[in-house]
Every structure is written in C-alpha cells, then in structure tokens.
Design a binder for this molecule. Sequence first.
Ligand code: GLC
Ligand code: GLC
Length: 651
Amino acid sequence: MPDANWLRQQATLSLDRLWPRIEMHFAEQRAALPAEWDAFEVRVRREWPRLFGLLYELYAGNYDFFYQIEQLLIDTAQSWFDRPAWLKTLDDRREADPEWFQSQQMVGGVCYVDLFAGKLSGVRERLPYFKELGLTYLHLMPLFAAPENESDGGYAVSSYRDINPALGTFAELRELAEEFQTHGISLVVDFVFNHTSDEHGWARKAQAGDPEFENYYFMFPDRTMPNAYERTLREIFPTVRRGSFTWREDMQRWVWTTFNNFQWDLNYANPAVFRAMAGEMLFIANAGVEILRLDAVAFIWKRIGTSCENQPEAHTVIQAYNALARIAAPAMLFKSEAIVHPDDVMRYISPQECQISYNPLLMALIWEALATREVKLLAHSMITRFKLPPGCAWVNYLRSHDDIGWTFDDADAHHVGIDAFGHRRFLNNFYIGRFEGSFARGVPFQENPDTGDARVSGTLASLAGLEQALQRGDERLIDLAVRRILMVHSLILSIGGIPLLYLGDEVATLNDYSFANDPAKASDSRWVHRPAASAERYAHRTDLSTREGWVFAELSRLIQLRKQQPAIWDGAMEVIDSGNPHVFSFVRNHGGQRLLLVANFSEHPQQMDANQLRVYGPGYRFTDLVSEQEFNADEPLPLAPYQFVWLTANG
Ligand code: GLC
Ligand code: GLC
C-alpha cells in the first residue's frame, strides 16, 4: 500500500500533466461551451485525488496505466459534453439537496417493460397509473439488446447502447426519462456490469480469436485453472449447469460464466474493461437514469483461493465508478444489488460507493417471521443491522423478480436460540409447501443436490397464502392472506428507506405456472412470479368487491398515509421490545413527530403491554392512523390477527 501523502502528490502531478492535454483535446468544445467546461473542471479537481488513488490501487501495475487514465478522462469529458441540459439542471438540483431520496414521499415500483406494458410506449401510457399509485421511482427491468431466446430476463446484455428492438428505442427511453422526471418519477435502470451476453460485440470479437477481446473475459484452454478456482466457488445456478465455467467448442476454451452459460463474466483486472464499461455507464446515465442498479456487485472481482465474491477490489471498482459519476453524472445514485451475507451487503453501502441498497435481510426475515409467527430473529437482526451511514438509504422490498434466499447471519440466529441450518431447511419446506399446514404456495429454485441448498420462487400473494385460500374457497383463510399482504406492506412503507413494490403485487397477482410450457423459461422457476400484467386484475382495482380491489385500495391508502408522516423521513428507526413474541414494534421520530408502529405476525389476536406503550409510546393517549381508532396507554393495546397500527400522540 503506497503512503497516502505520496499518493496525493502523485494525483496532483498526474493531473498537472494530463490537464493541458485534455484541454487541448477539447479546444473547440471548450470555446463553444466555456461554462460547461468550468463545471466539469471543478468536479474533476474535486474528485481526482480519490479517483486517482482508486485507479492506482487497481491498475498501477499495468504498463499503460497513464494512457488508460488519460483516455478515461477524455471519455468522461466527452460524456459530460453529451449530457442533455435538463440533466445538468437536475445535477445542480440534486447536488444542492443530496438528501432528496430520504423523503417519505419516495415510493418505488419495478416492472418488466414487455410484461407490464408491452413496449416503452406502453410504459409511457401508464404514467397516470404510476401517479395514481404514488410512485416517485420506477425501475424498468433490463431493456437492452439481448439474445433472442434465453437472456435471463434481459440480464444478458448484447449492447448497452441499444434498446431491445421489441421494446423501443434509446430515443424513446430518453423521452420517457425526461417526461417522468417532470412528473416527479425517477428512472431506475440496471447496470449489468459483471457480465455481457455471449452475443455482445466484445464477446463476438473474442469468439473470432481477437486476443484484445479474449482478455475482456476469463478464458482457459483446459481445466487446470477452472478446477483450481472451483475448489472455493459457490454454484449460483447449479440446476442450469454444474460449476462456474462453460466449454465453448467453437473457441476450444473454458469461459467463466457465474450465472448462465450465455452470461460471460468480465475481467476487471484488465483496465480496458474498466474503461469500456465506464463509457457504457455514462452513456446509460445520459439517457436520464437517476438511480443505477448495480447488478450482481458481489461477483465482479476474482481471486484464486477465495469464493470470488465480495473481494476488496470489487469495492474499489465501484468506488471508482462512483467518482466518475460524481464528475459527469452527479444526479445519478448507485443502488447495490448484493444478495449476500448481511455483513457483506453493508460493505457496499456508503456515499462513496452505493448510496442505496436492496435490503435482502429485512425481506427474508419478514417471510421468516410470517412462517414462524415469531419476531425474535427479525427484531434482533434489525436492532443490530438496520442502521446505515449518513447519506445512505435502504430499498425495502418484499418480492423482486428474483428468488428468496435465507441470507440471515447464523450467529444472529444462534443468539435467539435458532439453529441456522435446520431453520433454512424449515423455511424452504414451509414456502414450497412441503411443510404440513403451511399457507404458502412457492416453488423451489436451484435446489443443489450436493448441499441441499435451495431458494424460493413465488409471487407475494401466493407466498402469503392467497392462492391456497382461494383454491380452498375458504373465506376465513382468504381474509388472513389479505391481512398478511397488507401487514407486510405496512412494514416496508414505514420502517425507513425507500419502499419498492414489485408491480402486480398491489393487485395481489398469483403464481403463473405457464412458464413451464415455454422452453426458454421452463428451467428457471423465477418465471412463476413474473407473469404478464393482467388487464382484468388492474381493471378490478377500483372494485372493492374483488380481492385485488381490496388490496389495491388499502395499499393506496397506506402509501398516502406514509407520505403525510414527517416521522417517516430517512432511516432512523428504533426497534423496541413489544413484550410479545408475535409482535414486532418500532419507533420513528423526525420533524417533531413520533410514531410507534406495531405489527402482529400471528393469525391470533395479540396484545402489547400497557407498560411498553407508556415507555415507548408517543404519549399517553394516541390514535392509530390506519384504523383511526383511539387508545389509552392504561390498557394493553389489542391487535387483531395480522393487524398493524401506526400510533401517533393525541395532542
Ligand atoms: C442479478 C439479477 C438476476 C440475474 C443475475 C445475473 O442477481 O437480479 O435476475 O439472474 O443478476 O445477472
Ligand atoms: C444469487 C446471487 C444474486 C442473484 C441470485 C439470482 O443469490 O447472489 O446476486 O440475484 O443468485 O438467483
């Protein structure tokens, strides 16, 4: 590790040397747009010491290090010149109000363009719906050019500069981003940077034997290196293919493919890869993307003898991208997709790396508590693991397009008397309906025959019991399932951070088993919870006599309620002891408002002790904002099955 002072000196020296060359390169553009250039220079000078340090750490050993950073600066400046004026205005706005995403106004939604609305034009037509629901954040699942048959739902990208022609054009994406922004909806798009598809131009050139592009990936002529790596690798998609490498007959090479055979891992030890992907990132940013979802962050750096997940250099790469974004697309935030051990999830989150992150622990433990009807693991884990550094926020979700994995910490489980190994078995059995009495209808995903590991697929409504209850035609069970659905949403809407709805869940969409008939989808059970939006369901959303109408009405009311509570700003949250093993409770306190939130995780009536209410409550007499009922703290708080209350002080 070089000395920090020495490194700072090198940073200054290198910029002194590079800057005149960059100025010369852009002489014409500078003359035409002097103010643009000044703004760029200010940001370069601000970020440079950090950026240089990070790049030095990664690439100083390469013979062409200085050439690479010069090119990187040129590309970055060019992308700044290309950045549309409305985004530069937004850059200034976001820099002046860096906490904007901590607001209780924030509500996210995610959907596939094709499945939700056919094409990008269809997504634009749904703008009134997104506003009706109250969204301020819309994640469009990968919409880039991708192989026609299997593309892992678009997560195999063939060009980052082309939209999948079936969905629309880049121009349409730009227009959509700008229009949605004027309506207060930020566009979220993926940066799938761990791998490209095997049809990407770089992969094609590698297939044609171009050594420059072979070095973009990991290629081996025989099994020596793959075997050496595999001794310590985890298999991600073991039912697709064993191991992490794919044999390419055409190239006579083993190619590193962490996910599917057609997803080729990029080699970030090669500075050309870093630079090429930086260019793609800034290109995507300039379409008007405000939140960039960094896909599969854990996997981007490989080191022999390790799991090749969460390596220190993965953080260095992301931080260097963060610095570039601060220079040339400062309105854009990074969102981390690290579905790994909670300690590792945390390491990606900081203002210098990813400002926001999925919260897979909360997600998994909400399902865990629903299965066990006990909140001890949820409460303990949230006490110790919810707090984030200032300037960062969780994205709290219940379901995504992916499976559910039980990523809690074994020692946390042990601490509350739970055997982690057995518990994961139980949870898998519970959610795939192999456990007697379970309400859930899930489907196993990637059961590993060697380790017994598995994950769970299924829509929120099916996992929460609605599918089974409807099949039985049992009104009481239907009622319980709907209450579960609403209660878990109430948690992500109030606990702190950005709530993210998987669109379809707001109208209680059930599993769709028809994926099994589609050869391109049959081997991936995640498609069970990715059905096309049902026009009929959405039409029913205003009809309160239907289940979907009921769920939609209640959820919309909760979203509006969230937006009106100053206490729900940011992520400061205190879990409290409810005194009841089935009851999860926490306090939010901000802007002169104190809220006590309480949720019953069981299908039986419960209560919260009056003493606890007096200690933590927002006063002595309070109102539940959800039911509009009043309570006094001299009696225990009664809770119906799966009831949740948002208590506020009465004057
Ligand atoms: C991410 C995506 C997942 C995909 C994987 C590979 O985890 O969420 O759907 O399979 O990356 O890109
Ligand atoms: C693994 C990966 C995660 C990915 C998921 C897809 O859990 O860690 O990144 O989303 O697989 O199933």
